[in-house]
Design a protein around this ligand. Sequence first.
Ligand SMILES: Nc1ncnc2c1ncn2[C@@H]1O[C@H](COP(=O)(O)OP(=O)(O)O)[C@@H](O)[C@H]1O
Ligand SMILES: [Mg+2]
Length: 425
Amino acid sequence: MPARVLIVDDDAAIRVALVAALDDGSMDVAQASSAEDAIRVLDERGAPDVVLTDLRMQGLDGLDLLRMVRERAPDSKVVMMTAYHDVGTAVTSMREGAADFLCKPFDLPTLREVLGRLLGRGDIGSSRDGGHASVGAGNDGRPTRWGEPVPHILADRYELEIEVGRGAMARVFRARDPRHDRHVAVKVLRPEVAVSIGTERFLREIQIAARLHHPHILTLIDSGEWNGSPYFVMPFVEGASLRRRLDEEGRLPIPRAAALLRDVAEALAAAHAVGIVHRDVKPENVLLSGRHAWVSDFGVARALWDAAGARDTTIGAAIGTPAYMAPEQGAGAGDVDHRADVYALGIVAYELLAGRPPFSGRSARAILTSHLVDEPPPLRERRPDIHPGLEKAVMGCLAKPPEKRWSDAASLAGRFGAFAVEAVP
Ligand SMILES: Nc1ncnc2c1ncn2[C@@H]1O[C@H](COP(=O)(O)OP(=O)(O)O)[C@@H](O)[C@H]1O
Ligand SMILES: [Mg+2]
């Protein structure tokens, strides 16, 4: 069956160009001139595989459409098309469930690469055949194509093998480090994001995290700049993120969840002890291999905030993930402390044990408001077999005012640890 793509843009010229480019028999391409129109098409023709939508439109905009599609057709993937000055909004849309974004102007190979990947048809490895084209800033100082291959060898050293993941801010590759005969993960910031935040500043800030060494923290091995985009290198984790584990298994067995939470709390405690706050604790940033857990992206949110916050408020606002954001962080406080991490860990804990986070909503704003005003439903309503002591450990992270939360990740690790093995009756 041909893949079904719905193009939504209020600019007829763009619609025509995209339809002409994609309608080659391998895809069934429909179009709509507004979000309202798109919903009509969706209701009439059923859910497409991919919705490719403009962000700024008259009436309902691309973000509104994203939310409606997520609700009506959760299996449809939504790709946002956006202008460079709107990168922050594009990042927000990724946090709200968009599958990817494309900055205009983009070229057709880029579009095809993104669609191919989402439709499970892309062979990303083969896109490297093009050789040494750039992913960073072009000659005119603008980022070039996002989908463009990065070089096979980065910094004369890392042999990029496959792309293993793509987040709102960066793409992640598995690479070989021949000098040490090991695999590493190389994370390259999206060129659009790199341009907004300033590479030098980002790289300076990220160094702060390099001094963290802990069995449950993924260390920063190396960092640098490639064609205008900062990249950094960390150990490669052969396994899955906690997000994947949750998607596959739903809630976790209690002793397993408690052991994981203990490990993450210990990692946070070590960072807090030297004044480093993570700011983006979430299941995506906990990587698992066997029974071992590593917290990744230490220092990244901080570096993004410091580098971007002042210069690009739309990027600043997009840093952090609404579902895990402490009330004070969601309210826009730039200088949150370690207690924001304790809160986020509480949300993760709640999700591991209940199978879903305490607050959900149709938009980032709705979730952030819940963090500010709603009481989390008691954990035992969703997990009746939970021990009151463990429930107390979790709920004690979730107090709205920071001063009412557990203040110390180290003692929290102890609280979780107590439930990490089956209690002997
Ligand atoms: N060190 C690593 N080893 C293996 N896979 C990784 C590593 N770091 C990140 N990944 C994978 O890449 C994906 C994208 O990571 P990232 O850019 O940090 O986005 P996010 O954290 O928002 O999901 C992750 O979800 C994970 O699957
Ligand atoms: Mg991450």
